[in-house]
Design a protein around this ligand. Structure first.
Ligand code: SF4
Ligand code: SF4
Length: 103
């Protein structure tokens, strides 16, 4: 009986062991690489001017001109690809070249 009691005591002691100080921290999230070069291709012949890509873009990279999408601020593009994914006709494609020397 004494042995069993001792076992429970030991277990309790383990459960109540002080937390390490400082607490281990989770690994920081890897930062999203910023593309050193972004090329946005719009195939105007199949662009239907629906503005879906423009509405998807959070950075005002795109605009509509004469019922076709156009790039107005390529430098603001972070290559998230949301415009490409959302385009119903596949008229917009985003290409990147990541400068690996930065990492
Ligand atoms: S989502 Fe596609 S079809 Fe619509 S405006 Fe943009 S590029 Fe053109
Ligand atoms: S890739 Fe992202 S940031 Fe660049 S134009 Fe498309 S939606 Fe905008």
């Amino acid at each position: 009986m004494e042995t069993i009691k001792k076992l429970f005591q030991d277990e309790d002691e383990d459960n109540n062991a002080p937390l390490p100080n400082p607490l281990p921290q989770p690994d920081p999230q890897p930062s999203t690489p910023t593309p050193s070069f972004v090329f946005i291709s719009i195939t105007t012949s199949i662009c239907i001017g629906c503005s879906v890509c423009i509405n998807e873009c959070n950075y005002n990279v795109l605009s509509l001109s004469e019922e076709k999408a156009e790039v107005v601020d390529r430098g603001a593009c972070n290559a998230c690809g949301k415009c490409e994914d959302a385009c119903p006709t596949g008229a917009i494609n985003v290409y990147t070249v990541i400068d690996l020397e930065d990492y």
